[in-house]
Design a protein around this ligand. Structure first.
Ligand SMILES: C[S@@+](CC[C@H](N)C(=O)[O-])C[C@H]1O[C@@H](n2cnc3c(N)ncnc32)[C@H](O)[C@@H]1O
Length: 238
C-alpha cells in the first residue's frame, strides 16, 4: 500500500510527522450525516475481492513503470493483501527475493535479497508499528480511496501510529461527481482528509485528469488530486 504506481512520480518524490485524544474527537466528528450517507451508498469490498482481482489480472491500476525509491537509498516497506501483487512486482523488476510466513499473524513477508524492500502480504489493519517502527515517508496511492468508507477511521488511526514526527505523507485522492458514481475508487475530498487527519497540515500539490478511466461508469470527469500531509508541528512547504 505504501509503494507502487504513479505517473507523476517526480512530483510525489518532491513532496515526499501520534495520535493524541484529538483523533478520537475527529472520529466522532467524522460520524456526520455526510459520512453516514456515504456509508449507506458504498458497497463493502472484501479482501477476497482484491485477491481475486489480482489473480484474474484485473489490475488496470497497476503500473509496469519502474519507480526508483529503493534505488535512491530508501528503505521500502509495502503492505498488500494480495500475494500476486508482490510476485508480479519481483518478476517485473527481475529481483530475487525470499518468502517467509509471519509469526503470530496470517501472512507472509517477501524481501528483496539486498534487504532494501520488504513487502508484507497481510491485512493492513493487522499491521502494527512494532513490526517496522515508524515511517518518515508514506505514499498512499490507491489505498485510502480503495478501502471501504466504513474503515476510513480505523485506517487513519493506524496510519497516525505509523507516522514519525517528521513524516511526509502523500495521498492521491479521486474526486468526481458523487451523484453519478459511488463505488471504488471511493470519493475522497480535502475535507475528508481534514476530518481524518486533524493534526496534519494538508497541501494540494498536483492533479491528474483521470476522466478517461471511468467513462463507462457514467463519469465525464474524474480528477486525481495529490496531497501532502505533515504533522502540524513539523510541516514545511514543498
Ligand atoms: C487500487 S489498488 C492500488 C494498488 C497499488 N497501491 C497501486 O497504486 O497500484 C488497491 C490495493 O489495496 C489492496 N488492499 C485492499 N484492501 C486491503 C487490506 N485490507 N489490506 C491490505 N491490502 C489491501 C488490494 O489488494 C490492492 O492491491
Amino acid at each position: 500500500m505504501f509503494y507502487l504506481a504513479n505517473d507523476r512520480y517526480s512530483q510525489v518524490i518532491k513532496a515526499l510527522k501520534y495520535p493524541d485524544c484529538r483523533h478520537i474527537i475527529a472520529a466522532i466528528q467524522y460520524n456526520s450525516d455526510t459520512f453516514e450517507e456515504k456509508l449507506k451508498m458504498s458497497e463493502i469490498i472484501t479482501n477476497e475481492y482484491w485477491i481475486n482481482r489480482w489473480t484474474e489480472g484485473k489490475t488496470f491500476f497497476h503500473s509496469e513503470k519502474r519507480h526508483t525509491l529503493a534505488d535512491q537509498g530508501h528503505y521500502i516497506v509495502g503492505v498488500d493483501v494480495a500475494e500476486q501483487a508482490f510476485k508480479e512486482f519481483f518478476a517485473d523488476q527481475n529481483l530475487e527475493y525470499t518468502e517467509e510466513h509471519l509469526k503470530n499473524i496470517d501472512g507472509k513477508l517477501f524481501q528483496a535479497m539486498d534487504g532494501r524492500i520488504k513487502l508484507y502480504c497481510m491485512d493492513f489493519y493487522l499491521f502494527t508499528k512494532e513490526m517496522e517502527s515508524q515511517f518518515n515517508a508514506i505514499w498512499d496511492h490507491g489505498s485510502l480511496v480503495a478501502i471501504n468508507i466504513i474503515d476510513r477511521i480505523k485506517y487513519s488511526q493506524l496510519i497516525k501510529e505509523l507516522m514519525s514526527s517528521d513524516c511526509r505523507y502523500v495521498i492521491s485522492a479521486m474526486q468526481y461527481d458523487e451523484s453519478k458514481y459511488t463505488g471504488h475508487p471511493f470519493y475522497l475530498s480535502e475535507k475528508d482528509l481534514k476530518d481524518l487527519y486533524p493534526n496534519c497540515t494538508i497541501e494540494e500539490f498536483d492533479e491528474i485528469d483521470r476522466s478517461y478511466l471511468y467513462k463507462d461508469y457514467g463519469l465525464d470527469n474524474m480528477m486525481e488530486r495529490m496531497y501532502l500531509l505533515q504533522p502540524e508541528t513539523n510541516s514545511e512547504s514543498i
